[in-house]
Design a protein around this ligand. Structure first.
Ligand code: PLP
Length: 404
């Protein structure tokens, strides 16, 4: 694949109004017009380059949106106050009462809860399927289906979606394919593989400093205009707008995303190989044992690796909790939800980020009690980290000491 997402970001240059190397931050919620006619035209969406009110958009939000659109290879993008603030308006924009969504069953718990518990109130139904089986996905499509929804690499089970295959189905049945690419920025470019709309939680790798929540929708100009329409746009009317000061800071962090992703991937790959070698049940898309390893390879852009997320299964929730507490005590990372931080983060998804999913359904999808999800940090000396993690596991009888 010749798509170069990091080059596309770097090729965008914006200067501040006084020649600053960063664009000036727009510090206004509202904007003046020299003529009343231009204000009217802006309301109607017919005055390009004019700003109306910052819930609609702001110069800082546009700068960040354009950088994210360049990364994903879409016409444009709209940033939002959180990842959920990107996902929920997209689905509400695409679906009306009576419509149906086919979604992967292994998705972020908040998205799952929205589809399972909230959208039925609006008479929008969802079928949750094993997204890795295209025949199962196709069988779930009904005459009311409008959207296929998945994550490129799923939270927390790290299942990989065949985006090109899903896109073919979407085209065949006239559906929109919406892909959450939060776990694999730069590595995978869903729009290049046929996704219609790509969403991210910017809270994670893209911002990378665990200091804010944020989200983005990347898509066609037509769709983003529809989301922002003052009369019936879900983003405009639901109001999950990112603050300009925040978008300026996320844009600056994005400048180092390519370097960070390489290091996250390198470290996660190293640990995954070691853990697997030690006999731990390890899931990482970079391992040959991952059921979708070849698929990931066929979709990935050069240089960014298989991502910073891996899981291990230590057998029971009790063991998982003991291990996480000990690793935190030894300063190997934090027992915290979320991902994409400089420091390793770990959590047991069954009782945290996926707790919205009922226990029987967790079992059905393979989400076991002893599963620990790791977001691997930017550690300079990952061998040292591994040795210290291994010591913790030996102390807790998860691993046997080396026989020498
Ligand atoms: N999508 C994925 C894959 C996530 O992991 C998360 C959060 O954990 C979200 C979306 C929601 O993003 P936010 O917390 O920024 O609303």
């Amino acid at each position: 694949m010749s798509f170069k997402p990091a080059n596309n970001i770097q090729d965008l240059q914006y200067f501040g109004e006084f020649g600053g190397v960063n664009p000036s931050i727009s510090d206004s919620s509202t904007y003046t017009f020299l003529s009343a006619k231009t204000m009217f035209d802006t309301f109607e969406g017919n005055a390009d380059g004019c700003y109306l009110y910052s819930r609609h958009t702001s110069p800082s939000n546009l700068y960040l949106g354009e950088a994210l659109a360049a990364m994903e290879g879409t016409e444009t993008a709209n940033v939002s106050a959180s990842g959920m603030g990107a996902i929920t308006p997209v689905l509400l924009q695409l679906c009306q009462s009576g419509d149906h969504i086919v979604s992967s069953r292994t998705i972020y718990g908040g998205t799952y809860a929205f589809l399972k518990n909230f959208t039925p109130r609006l008479n929008i139904a969802t079928s949750f399927v094993d997204i890795t089986k295209l025949d199962v996905v196709e069988a779930a499509i009904t005459k009311n289906t409008k959207v296929l929804y998945c994550e490129s690499v799923s939270n927390p089970l790290l299942e990989v979606a065949d985006i090109a295959g899903l896109s073919k189905l979407a085209k065949q049945y006239n559906l929109k394919l919406v892909v959450d690419n939060t776990f694999s920025p730069l590595s995978i470019s869903p729009a290049k593989l046929g996704a219609d709309i790509v969403v991210h939680s910017l809270t994670k790798f893209i911002n990378g400093s665990s200091d804010t929540v944020g989200g983005v929708v990347c898509g066609t100009q037509e769709f983003i205009d529809a989301l922002r329409n003052v009369n019936d746009g879900a983003s405009m009317l639901l109001g999950s707008t990112m603050d300009s000061l925040r978008s300026a800071s996320v844009l600056k962090n994005m400048r180092t995303l390519h370097i960070r992703m390489k290091q996250h991937s390198k470290n996660a790959h190293y640990l995954a190989e070691k853990f697997e070698n030690d006999g731990l049940k390890t899931v990482y898309p970079g391992l040959a044992s991952h059921p979708s390893h070849e698929l990931f390879k066929s979709m990935m852009n050069d240089n960014y690796g298989f991502g910073g997320m891996l899981t291990i299964d230590v057998g029971s929730l009790e063991k998982a909790n003991e291990l996480m507490e000990l690793m935190q005590e030894r300063n190997l990372g934090y027992l915290a939800v979320s991902l994409g931080f400089y420091k390793t983060l770990f959590s047991a998804p069954g009782t945290s980020t996926s707790s919205e999913i009922p226990e029987e359904e967790q079992a059905e999808m393979g989400l076991s009690d002893g599963l620990i999800r790791f977001s691997i940090g930017l550690d300079e000396d990952i061998e040292r980290t591994y040795n210290m993690m291994k010591e913790c596991m030996v102390e807790l009888n998860i691993l046997q000491p080396e026989l020498v």
